[in-house]
Design a protein around this ligand. Structure first.
Ligand code: P6P
Length: 320
């Protein structure tokens, strides 16, 4: 007996029906965003064969070397999202200033078009991150004001994972029909996990209490009596997707040279934190949820710790 899978579009339509004032515009926005990520996916999957690898020869606002695939991904998303007529403003890691798209647009979209893009050249999974706000409240809203957030991970399979504040659901791309199909309904992060994820190369620059906390994970067991393992892909979407599904803790902390850390509040930390908190996990940035921070600028950086409740609680006890 064939059981018809639920497509992302069907799922979004069903969610939107719960909002009496819904006009279908939000469904159009999300489904077109998913369409843009399919185009990005199709190019990543043959990156070695098309001219989208390597440096573009330009630098972004952080003086990071911009990859050709960053520019491609940003352009695809800007073009397709603009054409929906639903978006007032687009702010992107790849754009120094936000783009004013449509004066009548209802939504603001923050995005990291291809987070971890340099990993594409060595076949390591990367991702697109998005965060959506209502336009009438302006650009610098707290993360708690997000109406939706999510990511697409381009990995061994491509998955679209998102929340509208009613839990987290995951959809796997079926390349044979070109649709994202519901594969991970009601994702809930494990209460405890046995994986810690941080770039330990920077440990000499950390506060001593953080050094001692990470060192302790190598000699103690987690709340379930399991020894910890270290996993660090160096691609935020990959490291957080693994943490979401299997539990554990992810950290990009501040250090002596980067007192705000590296990850950007509005298009990396807030959307991923919304996902983690909606899945029952915890998030901390300087001792509180990043979703409570009033942003000061669109490219603002913040330190972040997130993951399973038991793991984040242990971090809170040991790191001051
Ligand atoms: P580091 C990728 O460049 C990125 O923005 C995130 O995806 C990732 O978590 C982080 O930077 C890795 O940074 O300093 O560990 O190489």
């Amino acid at each position: 007996m064939y059981t018809k899978p639920t497509s992302l579009t069907e799922f979004i339509l069903e969610e939107e029906r719960q909002f009496t004032d819904a006009t279908g515009g939000f469904t159009l926005l999300l489904t077109q965003l998913a369409y843009a990520t399919k185009i990005i996916s199709s190019h990543i999957s043959k990156a070695g064969l098309v001219d989208i690898l390597g440096s573009s020869g330009t630098k972004n606002v952080f003086s990071d070397d911009v990859q050709k695939i960053d520019i491609f991904s940003n352009s695809v998303l800007v073009d397709i999202l603009s054409a929906t007529d639903q978006v007032a403003t687009i702010a992107s890691e790849e754009l120094e200033e936000p783009i004013q798209v449509n004066d009548n647009g209802k939504y603001i979209v923050y995005m990291d078009p291809l987070d971890g893009s340099s990993n594409t050249a060595v076949n390591v999974s990367v991702g697109t991150i998005f965060s959506i706000y209502r336009a009438e409240k302006g650009l610098l809203q707290k993360g708690g004001q997000q109406i939706a957030a999510g990511y697409v991970i381009y990995g061994s399979s491509d998955m679209f994972v998102y929340t509208c504040g009613q839990g987290v659901n995951g959809f796997t791309l079926d390349p044979s029909i070109g649709s994202f199909l519901l594969s991970h309904p009601h994702i809930t992060i494990p209460e405890a996990g046995a994986t810690y994820s941080v770039n330990e190369a920077y440990s000499p620059l950390w506060d001593v209490s953080l050094q001692n906390y990470i060192a302790s994970l190598k000699t103690t067991q987690n709340a379930l009596g399991k020894a910890y393992k270290a996993r660090y892909v160096g691609s935020m979407v990959s490291d957080i997707h693994r943490t979401l599904l299997t539990g554990g803790i992810f950290l990009y902390p501040k250090d002596q040279n980067n007192i705000d850390g590296k990850l950007r509040l509005l298009y990396e930390v807030n959307p991923m934190s919304f996902i983690i908190e909606q899945a029952g996990g915890r998030t901390l940035s300087n001792g509180k949820s990043p979703l409570t921070i009033t942003p000061s600028s669109i490219h603002q950086k913040v330190p972040i710790v997130l993951g399973s409740p038991a793991c984040v609680a242990e971090y809170e006890e040991k790191v001051r």
